[in-house]
Write a protein that binds this ligand. Structure first.
Ligand SMILES: Nc1ncnc2c1ncn2[C@@H]1O[C@H](COP(=O)(O)OP(=O)(O)O)[C@@H](O)[C@H]1O
Ligand SMILES: [Mg+2]
Length: 388
């Protein structure tokens, strides 16, 4: 006779198997210590990021004005992200500015990536934007607002081990004896980016908020993210919130701490229809917190088209439908659907982390070009908010 299926035991067994397999996967991808290390960048990439020519970069080395950097076996210079920052500091001071950080009077930019559809690219956009901005010299804080913790995983952490009981955003938001945000901020392998991790624990915020509302605990849920963020404000130029795929208290709290919002959308009619409901519900909820005193004045709101396929006819129609309706609120640059993005995702990496040589060149270049265009457009929006 077959063994009875005890669902609790079966689920636990599968959890253990999967956990061990994922550890092995991380080890295989990021040997020897299963921790991520950022690759080095070529002279061409560095010149591009700094906005100078490769011959000028060579001249800097010749004149002894550039830091000593590693060279590859073939004798090519290879720059770490820290080398790029050193170059920025060296070059700055003349007519052109190489340090883009916000100046006196320019307020912290807090951008939420939002949509209640899972898989619309919130996490993918958040990390690519964070990395591009960091490579351009900004000080970035990523906040993982999703209990599923995908962003935390992409930074090489294992939420179920590293932050099982403590160390997530929850500890800074909780109603009972919250920690300062600085106590949960983690360094990352990527210079210029810090992370506030997430984990399942974060879900507690959704459960505890109704009680806290009844007890009138201050600050209320919608003001808690802004309150905790204010402690570390001076350390960053840009904060990015990766929101969960639902309109709960966490999302509302992130939104109410934001200065701008990016709504990611996959251009098909079902997703557009569900976005209509999402926008309706968001507006209703925002009315409620606005009445309670939450600030509603934003610098910008944009729709970001993701998984864009230029040769797909129906998609084209949906995109032009959206552009007609929302005009310049639709980002000019879409994120292309690309196997380079999903392949990089298999080893929990981004397009900026992987080596071009591991990919089909054309595929890689198209994905890179598309992501750079999106992120440089976002950079322009930040500059506009700073009135540069
Ligand atoms: N433009 C794209 N091209 C190919 N794959 C993508 C693209 N954007 C996202 N993906 C993949 O789709 C999956 C879901 O994306 P994700 O960013 O996690 O969505 P969300 O955070 O909105 O749930 C991920 O595996 C990601 O690698
Ligand atoms: Mg996500």
């Amino acid at each position: 006779m077959a063994e009875p299926l005890l669902i609790n035991e079966r689920v636990r067994a599968r959890a253990d198997t999967l956990g061990a397999a994922l550890d092995a996967h991380m080890l295989a991808s990021f040997a020897p210590d299963a921790r991520k290390v950022l690759r080095r960048f070529s002279a061409g990439e560095v010149a591009d990021l700094l906005g100078i020519s490769t011959s000028f970069l060579r001249k800097l080395h010749f004149d002894g004005k550039a830091p000593e950097v590693e060279t590859s076996q073939g004798g090519r210079r290879q720059y770490s992200a820290d080398d790029i920052l050193t170059l920025r500091r060296t070059l700055d001071g003349g007519k052109t500015s190489y340090l883009p950080n916000r100046r006196l009077g320019e307020k912290l930019q807090v951008l939420s990536f939002l949509n209640f559809k899972g898989g619309s690219g919130k996490t993918t956009s958040t990390i690519h934007t964070a990395q591009r901005l960091a490579l351009k010299g900004y000080r970035v804080l990523c906040v993982d607002v999703d209990p599923q913790a995908s962003l935390t995983v992409l930074f090489g952490y294992r939420p179920e081990y590293d932050f099982l009981d403590q160390g997530t955003l929850y500890d800074a938001l909780r109603y009972d004896d919250p920690l300062p945000l600085s106590a949960v901020i983690q360094d990352t392998f990527f210079p210029g980016i810090d992370l506030v991790p997430a984990g399942l624990m974060l879900q507690e915020f959704e459960h505890e908020t109704p009680r806290a509302l009844i007890d009138n605990v201050q600050p209320a849920f919608y003001a808690r993210m802004a309150a905790t963020l204010s402690e570390v404000e001076a350390d960053y130029d840009v904060v990015l919130f990766d929101c969960p795929p639902q309109l709960g208290y966490l999302t509302m709290s992130a939104l109410c701490a934001s200065t701008s919002v990016m709504i990611t959308i996959v251009p098909n009619m079902l997703d557009v229809a569900s976005m209509a409901q999402f926008l309706q519900m968001s507006a209703d909820l925002l009315d409620v917190v606005a009445d309670a005193g939450a600030p509603m004045s934003f610098d910008f709101m944009r729709f970001l088209i993701n998984r864009y396929e230029p040769n797909d006819g129906p998609q084209q129609q949906v995109v032009s439908f959206l552009r007609t309706l929302f005009k310049d609120e639709v980002m000019v640059a879409p994120m292309l659907k690309s196997t380079a993005i999903s392949d990089a995702g298999l080893t929990q990496q981004t397009i900026y982390e992987v080596e071009r040589t591991q990919f089909n060149r054309q595929t890689y270049d198209r994905a890179l070009e598309s992501l750079n265009a999106v992120n440089d457009e976002i950079e322009q929006l930040l500059h506009h908010a700073w009135r540069r």
